[in-house]
Design a protein. Structure first.
Length: 366
C-alpha cells in the first residue's frame, strides 16, 4: 500500500506541473516499450518478477478511445519448490484505453482488457518423469487499471501503467507497474490555431430588386370638342421623372443634366437618351465647355460597393456622350460619390429613386 500511495502522489505532482495542449492524435498508431515489475499474490508462491520488459502496440480510434495489445516478460522463482525453480513469466492480451483529458499534455486514462499469463518452469533431471506439461501453465486473465501519458511533443510521451491482473481460474490479484516511452505515428495533427477569415462578399445595394418608382399621374387636357359634348379630361400616365436638361443663361453660366437609374443598375434607360443628346448639343454649341458628370446611389448596401456603382453610372453617361455624341473625352470628367450626397430622404421608396442618379454640371464663360 505504501508503494501504491507513493505512485498516487507522483501522479498528482506531475498533474500539477503539467502544461500544454492536447496531444492525443485521432487515427494514430502507437508503439511503447516498457520496463517495470510484476507482483504476485502471496498464494501463488512466486517471488516478485523484475525487471519486467514489455511492448505495447496501439491505435487511437479518436482522441478518447484507443485499443492496445501488449506482451511482457520477466524471470522469477517459485518458492514452493525446494530448491526454488526458475520461472519464465509471460503476459499477453489486449486492452481498451479511455483517455480522460485528451486536451491536456498530461493525459490520465483508464484501461480494461482480457488476455492470458504463461508460466514456464525450469527443468531438473529429477523432474523429467513428470513430463513437460507439468512445468508449463497458461491461465486466462482479465486486467483493469489506470495510467498516465505525459506528452512532450505531439508524437512522443512518457507513460505510467498500473494494472490489477486477475488470472480467473483461482482469482489471484496480481499487480503490474511499468514505465514506458510512447511513440505516435500518423493520425490527425493538432490543428493550427490560425484564424482564416473568408473574404466577406460585398453586398451592395440590396440583392432583391425594388419596384420601380410609382409613375406620376398628371392631367392632360384634350382639345375642345363640340359644345354639346362634355369636356373630356384624360389621365395620362407619364414615366417617373424624366431627365431634365436645363440650359440656364444666367450669371452663373451653368447647364445641368439629371439621369435616374433603376435599382442596382448602371444602364442608361432609353427615355433618358434624348436629354443626354440635348446636353451633347449644348457642349457642341460651346466648344470651350468642360462637363463634370457626378454619379450617385441611395444608401441601400455597403458604402464601398455604392461608390463603385456610382462611378459606373457616371462612366456610362460619359461613354454615351463620347461614342454617340462625339464629345472629346478630355472635356468630360466622371466622378462617383456613392451615397454621400443624397437629394432626398432614403427612408422612402420615392426618395431612394431620386438618389439613384447622375447629375452633370457645366461651367462656361458667356
Amino acid at each position: 500500500m505504501k508503494k501504491f500511495a507513493s505512485l498516487v502522489v507522483v501522479l498528482l505532482v506531475m498533474l500539477l506541473v503539467s502544461t500544454g495542449n492536447a496531444q492525443v492524435r485521432p487515427g494514430s498508431f502507437t508503439i511503447a516499450p516498457t520496463l517495470g515489475m510484476y507482483t504476485f499474490e502471496g498464494n501463488e508462491d512466486m517471488d516478485q518478477a523484475r525487471p519486467l520488459v514489455g511492448l505495447r502496440l496501439g491505435y487511437n480510434f479518436n482522441k478518447y478511445i484507443g485499443l492496445e495489445g501488449y506482451l511482457h516478460y520477466a524471470n522469477t522463482t517459485n518458492n514452493a519448490w525446494s530448491p526454488k525453480k526458475n520461472v519464465d513469466f509471460t503476459g499477453y492480451g489486449a486492452e481498451v484505453i479511455f483517455h480522460l483529458l485528451p486536451n491536456q499534455s498530461l493525459v490520465p486514462f483508464l484501461a480494461a482488457g482480457v488476455g492470458g499469463v504463461h508460466y514456464s518452469y525450469g527443468m531438473y533431471e529429477e523432474d523429467v518423469d513428470y513430463g513437460t506439461d507439468t512445468y508449463k501453465k497458461d491461465k486466462l486473465a482479465v486486467s483493469f487499471g489506470y495510467g498516465l501519458k505525459w506528452f512532450l511533443s505531439d508524437w512522443f510521451a512518457l507513460r505510467l501503467d498500473i494494472r490489477d491482473v486477475m488470472p480467473i481460474n483461482k482469482l489471484h490479484n496480481n499487480m503490474l507497474v511499468s514505465l514506458g516511452l510512447n511513440f505516435a505515428f500518423g493520425g490527425a495533427k493538432k490543428a493550427a490555431a490560425t484564424s482564416v477569415s473568408a473574404a466577406e462578399p460585398v453586398v451592395e445595394e440590396a440583392a432583391k430588386p425594388q419596384a420601380a418608382a410609382a409613375p406620376e399621374v398628371v392631367e392632360e387636357a384634350k382639345p375642345a370638342v363640340a359644345a354639346a359634348a362634355p369636356a373630356v379630361v384624360e389621365q395620362v400616365v407619364k414615366p417617373q421623372p424624366k431627365t431634365q436638361v436645363k440650359e440656364e443663361v444666367d450669371e452663373m453660366g451653368r447647364a445641368t443634366l439629371q439621369v435616374l437609374f433603376d435599382f442596382n443598375k448602371d444602364t442608361i434607360k432609353k427615355n433618358y437618351t434624348k436629354d443626354i443628346d440635348h446636353m451633347v448639343g449644348v457642349m457642341k454649341e460651346h466648344s470651350d465647355l468642360k462637363l463634370t458628370i457626378e454619379g450617385h446611389t441611395d444608401n441601400v448596401g455597403k458604402a464601398a460597393y455604392n461608390k463603385k456603382l456610382s462611378q459606373k453610372r457616371a462612366d456610362a453617361v460619359k461613354k454615351y456622350m463620347v461614342e454617340k455624341g462625339g464629345i472629346d473625352a478630355q472635356r468630360l470628367n466622371a466622378i462617383g460619390y456613392g451615397q454621400e450626397k443624397p437629394v432626398a430622404s432614403n427612408k422612402t421608396k420615392d426618395g431612394r429613386a431620386k438618389n439613384r442618379r447622375v447629375e452633370a454640371a457645366v461651367d462656361y464663360k458667356k
